[in-house]
Design a protein around this ligand. Structure first.
Ligand SMILES: Nc1ncnc2c1ncn2[C@@H]1O[C@H](COP(=O)(O)OP(=O)(O)OP(=O)(O)O)[C@@H](O)[C@H]1O
Ligand SMILES: [Mg+2]
Length: 422
């Protein structure tokens, strides 16, 4: 039996182990060590071990984009800590619990990692955000308990938890040849997580690291929130968001658009009663042709595809000053071009929210910005230029260090598993 660290991310999942003294990530999809946290259920796929397995990862996204009959689920982790985790969702003709969907996903992750490593996996350190849900202790406890129960149900034995930024710090620490006080900023798909921690080669060898961690902080802001805001600013108005009804002073209800811009809520809109209700909205709308487009998008289950196009535009804007979205799913030939300025103004408040939490973290650690030697940046959303700028402005004198943006947490969890279980 081998022990491992599991980083079940909002967007990507990795599994880390230590072999021959060094951490490595297991291949989870072909030779890829990252697995998009997505599942696609065809009409006959289910969650019981005897059911045909859903496709996961890139294959799940490809099945959806190929227009196969079935249902795509993404950002499953964001359901932890919300009431949805104890609810069921319609898959094919069956109602299944979100817990069972996550279990099916993680069971498959474990199976693939075991196949790649050629060993059975036993004990696990599960990564967790400092805050699954911002400032709600009860919800955070429930989220951790649910994740632990799910991990147990798929066969992991002893289960421990580690804050994701602390795990990233342990991986970063391997590159150090002297002591330093570091700030770690992990900006992922669902959450932003921070730790202020003392690191160094001597400390790395110690069994107990609790005293080195001066503070942890987190906030439920991540890349998916940037997707949502960009969608609401650019694509949703083309479907009637913020357009008036015939009755003076009223707009089309905005919840349709909020759900359509939120990965874990898109499927709720595909229910027949929602689409039927929109026929009434269309009759009362000043621009019924826009509501007609919305109905068409829901009919075609095109919500995920639209949000993927928005996410891709966001990623393009990390390097380019403009991005053009092809919106044929709304109307053939329709495009929308967005400049970085418009994206930044739609999302600067999110970047500011991240920076505010870093300030809280420094305060909680009893440190001032000038005492921080280095800031280690990880997580896919640290590629956003305005997010990076906001983080670095919190610790202007610190060295900015970049590591494996998608692998540092999983590698660090693998190191932590060896420390705890080895
Ligand atoms: N080049 C890029 N520019 C901007 N954003 C990016 C880029 N590449 C990836 N992202 C975003 O990074 C996010 C995924 O990052 P990551 O894999 O670190 O998250 P995660 O670990 O799954 O989530 P979490 O830790 O919050 O649960 C997605 O929102 C994705 O759109
Ligand atoms: Mg992460």
């Amino acid at each position: 039996m081998m022990h491992c660290g599991l980083d079940f991310g909002t967007s990507n999942t990795t599994l880390g182990v230590v072999t021959d003294g060094a951490p490595r990530l297991a291949a989870l999809e072909g030779s890829h060590v990252t697995l998009p946290s997505a599942a696609f259920f065809g009409p006959r796929d289910g969650v019981r071990p005897s059911d045909p397995a859903p496709r996961i990862g890139r294959a799940a996204i490809a099945a959806y984009l190929d227009g196969e009959d079935g249902r795509l689920m993404r950002a499953l982790k964001s359901v932890l800590g919300t009431a949805l985790i104890d609810e069921t969702t319609l898959i094919g003709r069956n109602r299944v619990g979100f817990r069972d969907v996550i279990a099916r996903f993680l069971a498959e992750v474990r199976r693939r990692a075991e196949a790649d490593l050629g060993r059975d996996l036993g004990d696990v350190v599960l990564g967790r955000p400092v805050q699954f849900v911002t400032d709600d202790a009860a919800a955070n406890d429930r989220a951790e308990a649910a994740l632990g129960d799910i991990a147990r149900s798929v066969g992991f034995r002893n289960i421990a938890f580690q804050f994701e930024p602390v795990a990233a710090a342990l991986e970063y620490e391997r590159s150090l040849d002297r002591e330093e006080l570091a700030l770690v900023a992990d900006i992922g798909g669902g959450t932003s997580d921070f730790t202020v921690i003392r690191l160094g080669p001597q400390r790395a060898a110690r069994e107990e690291r609790g005293a080195d961690v001066l503070a942890n902080e987190g906030v439920r802001i991540g890349g998916t929130d940037f997707d949502s805001k960009l969608s609401l600013a650019t694509v949703m108005p083309l479907l009637g968001y913020r357009t008036p009804l015939l009755r003076e002073g009223l707009d089309v209800p905005s919840w349709y658009y909020f759900d359509l811009a939120t990965w874990s809520r898109i499927n709720l809109l595909y229910q027949p009663n929602v689409i039927a209700g929109l026929a009434g909205v269309r009759r009362q709308a000043r621009q019924p042709e826009l509501i007609e487009r919305l109905i068409h998008v829901l009919h075609e289950h095109a919500g995920h595809g639209l949000l993927m196009i928005v996410e891709q535009a966001k990623i393009t804007l990390s390097d380019a000053l403009t991005a053009t979205m092809a919106l044929d799913a709304i109307e053939r030939g329709l495009t929308e071009t967005v400049g970085r300025d418009r994206f930044v103004s739609a999302t600067q408040a999110l970047a500011d929210g991240i920076a505010a939490r870093i300030a809280d973290c420094l305060t909680a650690a009893g440190t001032t910005a000038d005492q921080i030697d280095a800031v280690f940046l990880t997580g896919g959303s640290t590629s956003l230029p305005h997010v990076r700028r906001a983080i670095l402005a919190c610790v202007p004198g610190a060295r900015a260090m970049d590591g494996d943006r998608f692998g540092a947490v999983g590698l660090g969890l693998g190191l932590d598993a060896r420390r705890r279980f080895g």
